[in-house]
Design a protein around this ligand. Structure first.
Ligand code: IPD
Length: 270
């Protein structure tokens, strides 16, 4: 069994290579390949190419591991490890040329299900800014090799809170209704457009908190570990771990303040 540091080395190397490819394709001109859950939920040719690159590199380095990616068929492995990959998180930003998209690569132990998995290592790369966020379990989080730490001691009225919206119109109407309730109680709200970066922003103290409902495993696998290793508490609905029904990440003191508000609203939305 490789060490977590060795797994991180693989994750960061393939994420950097895919980031270079995505950046090159962005400069060449982005083409939409298809729409997915709704007309606004797009996949570009570059998403598919980047996922193929990552999948091939991981298969070569770790042939017995499983794979769960946003753009291709999941494949179980026999080693107990699975790579959870979003080749381009923030695809709409990518399409519009907004420099807030990322390649996210994580490796988890156990079933590839956020309610039970243990994330061992993860890397999130923003190709436009040349930022490489990394963490392995028990090893702390870093940005381009420099240790990261969450903002500490922020009270709710001064908190800058990130969130995101799904692609389904009815889901986002309800998500917006909660923002309506939350925004008078905090410093401000940001919708940056890439969940993996939102979580890394919490790790880097660029956001005080982040929450979202409806994320897929590849959106948060690497970012949640990076936030946790930088000192954030990361959780889900009720006592459940972070997952599709909710992810909330914040420095533990702020988490205690934000959690009741988020829980009350999202528990009713079942
Ligand atoms: C999306 C982004 C966005 C979040 C959505 C995700 P994609 O991922 O992370 O910020 O609000 O819930 O689906 O589609 O760009 O890979």
């Amino acid at each position: 069994m490789p060490s977590n540091a060795e797994l991180l080395e693989i994750a960061a190397t393939v994420a950097r290579r895919a980031a270079a490819l995505a950046l090159q394709r962005r400069r060449d001109g982005v083409e939409i390949a298809a729409s997915k859950s709704t007309l606004t939920d797009i996949v570009t040719k570059a998403d598919r190419e980047a996922e193929d690159l990552i999948r091939g590199a991981i298969a070569a380095a770790r042939p017995r591991d499983g794979f769960l990616g946003e753009e291709s068929e999941a494949e179980p492995g026999s080693s107990g490890l699975t790579w959870v990959v979003d080749p381009i998180d923030g695809t709409v930003n990518y399409y519009y040329g907004i420099p807030a998209y990322a390649v996210s690569v994580a490796v988890v132990e156990g079933e590839p299900d956020p309610s039970t998995w243990r994330t061992l290592a993860g890397a999130v790369v923003n190709p436009e800014l040349g930022e490489v966020f990394t963490a392995f379990e028990g090893g702390g989080a870093a940005l381009n090799g420099r240790p990261l730490r969450v903002h500490e001691g922020v009270e709710l009225p001064l908190a800058l809170v990130g969130t995101g919206f799904g692609y389904d119109a009815e889901v986002r109407r309800r998500q917006a209704a909660f923002v309506h309730e939350l925004i008078p109680q905090v410093r401000d709200v940001r919708r940056i457009g890439a969940a993996s970066l939102d979580l890394c922003n919490v790790a880097a103290g660029r956001l005080d908190a982040y929450y979202e409902r409806g994320l897929n495993p590849w959106d948060h696998a690497a970012g949640a570990l990076i936030a946790r290793e930088a000192g954030a508490r990361v959780g889900g609905l009720g006592d459940a771990p972070a997952g599709k029904r909710l992810i909330l990440a914040a420095e533990p003191g702020l988490y205690e303040q934000l959690d009741p508000l988020v829980q009350r609203y999202y528990a009713e939305w079942e």
